[in-house]
Design a protein around this ligand. Structure first.
Ligand code: G3D
Ligand code: MG
Length: 178
């Protein structure tokens, strides 16, 4: 009874924050979503359409959408934008060849009317792999310093172990307090 009451109380008493997780296919989006959800690595398969999950951390409730990143699916990303509080851009730090594609997609999103107020968290994922780009290199290539109209944060991470993921979420929580 007590559990049910506290669950209901938290449902009515708290605002849910919408996060969309975007990035190219194979960047690690689905792995990240399920790390937040279950704190364990799941075996993913390419996402067709989207996955959505709800979770709570540090008294904040999040609704997190993981949107499929294949070429053919990117055209429909905008249908998920409305009421988004945070955009998480996941970069595969080993994928040098396609970093410019991520950059183009990212700036297109930031310019979208529905994302004007959204904060941007960039995850430089797969930092465990040899030869990956450093977060400094990714920051420079993505020109993050030039973003003035959105709050943003870059976080190195490894979705397989979960390293760095909660530091990213911490930034989101801090931004919510401002
Ligand atoms: P996506 O949802 O962005 O398309 P997935 O990406 O989450 O499906 O991950 C794609 C592949 O990258 C998966 O491997 C996953 O295990 C791997 N991966 C995700 N994050 C990391 C990371 O930080 N380090 C390493 N080394 N691998 C990662 P498979 O083999 O299942 O395709
Ligand atoms: Mg996926």
């Amino acid at each position: 009874m007590g559990y049910l009451f506290s669950k209901l109380w938290s449902l009515f008493n708290q605002q849910e924050h919408k996060i969309i997780v975007v990035g190219l296919d194979n960047a690690g989006k689905t792995t990240i979503l399920y790390q937040f959800l279950m704190n364990e690595v799941v075996h993913t398969s390419p996402t067709i359409g989207s996955n959505v999950e709800e979770f709570q951390w540090k008294k904040q409730r999040f609704l997190m959408w993981d949107i499929g990143g294949q070429d053919s699916l990117r055209a429909s990303w905008h249908t998920y934008y409305q009421n988004t509080d945070f955009l998480i851009m996941v970069i595969d730090s080993t994928d040098r060849e396609r970093l410019h594609v991520s950059k183009t997609e990212m700036y297109q999103m930031l310019a979208h009317d529905d994302l004007k107020k959204a904060g941007l968290l960039v995850f430089a994922n797969k930092q465990d792999l040899e030869g990956c780009m450093s977060s400094a290199e990714i920051s420079q290539q993505l020109n993050l310093q030039c973003i003035r109209d959105h709050g943003w944060h870059l976080q190195s991470c490894c979705a397989l172990t979960g390293e760095g993921l909660y530091q990213g979420l911490e930034w989101i929580c801090k931004s919510l307090e401002k």
